[in-house]
Design a protein around this ligand. Structure first.
Ligand code: MN
Length: 262
């Protein structure tokens, strides 16, 4: 069974007084939610989904991908209900990105999930790759070839998400399922990190800090020092040593591709 070690860090940044990001890293699940909406409702929305996932992940049992999707749908309903109950909260919503351990055919697999523009990255053999695809206007422009990824980072439309929880009765969650590979590390983060740091800078910090808590704190500190224009939240996910990983072969473990499961 995979044993996970986490590092978690969050900071409101230098321009915002409220931290609307929420985060969970328990047992076999790590997730970040970036809330949005006026009147401090964003933190309500992000907390609702994170608390729902926390309930799901309690205990050591592997998480079924279908249970995960059902919990996300349930959280979505709860946000919509909470928005209806209090008029000041109408329009609140949240992103959600994370990684958990699911049992597929009796063996542990990673399950990565995403709605919105928080991200899950995977670091393996020194290379950082984004597993999730942003649901954002700039991502669509990049995919269409209209702007480059570096232009997207400074584009005024970069905050516009095209999918979120709490804004749609039936949101679609992207999900990726793939087997673990020895030595890999995951990063779950809100856009406050990627707004301030390039993938190269993030890779440098993750390579330098082997201990996950130190790595998470170093990333948040660097993002705040680089401008801290948004709330920044980070989870670094490592597989703890001596976890039965020797059963896996590096040669045969397929890499995650960029296509979400239908
Ligand atoms: Mn944000």
């Amino acid at each position: 069974m995979l044993k996970i070690a986490y590092g978690v860090a969050t900071d409101p940044g230098v321009q915002r007084t409220v931290n609307e990001d929420s985060v969970v890293a328990v047992a076999r699940l790590a997730a970040v939610a970036d809330g949005m909406g006026g009147h401090a409702a964003g933190d309500v929305a992000s907390r609702i989904v994170i608390e729902r996932l926390e309930q799901l992940a309690v205990g050591d049992a592997p998480i079924g991908p279908d249970d995960l999707l059902a919990a996300i749908e349930d959280a979505n309903r709860r946000i919509l209900d909470a928005a209806t109950d209090e008029p000041g909260r109408s329009g609140m919503g949240t992103t959600l990105s994370g990684v958990g351990v699911a049992s597929i055919g009796g063996s542990d697999h990673w399950v990565v999930f995403n709605v919105g523009d928080s991200r899950v990255y995977r670091l393996a053999e020194g290379r950082l790759t984004q597993v999730t695809i942003d649901h954002s206007e700039v991502e669509e422009l990049v995919a269409a070839g209209a702007i480059t990824p570096s232009e997207a980072r400074v584009d005024p439309r970069r905050n516009i998400v095209t999918r979120s929880l709490g804004t749609d009765p039936a949101p679609q969650t992207d999900i990726w399922v793939f087997p673990p590979t020895p030595g890999e590390r995951f990063l779950v983060c809100s856009d406050g990190l990627t707004l301030e740091m390039t993938d190269e800078q993030i890779t440098g910090v993750l390579a330098e800090e082997s201990e996950p808590q130190r790595a998470a704190e170093a990333l948040v500190t660097a993002a705040v020092a680089a401008g801290g224009r948004d709330n920044v939240t980070v989870v670094v996910v490592d597989v703890a040593p001596a976890s039965g990983m020797s059963e896996l072969s590096i040669d045969t473990a397929p890499r995650p591709d960029r296509t979400p499961r239908p």
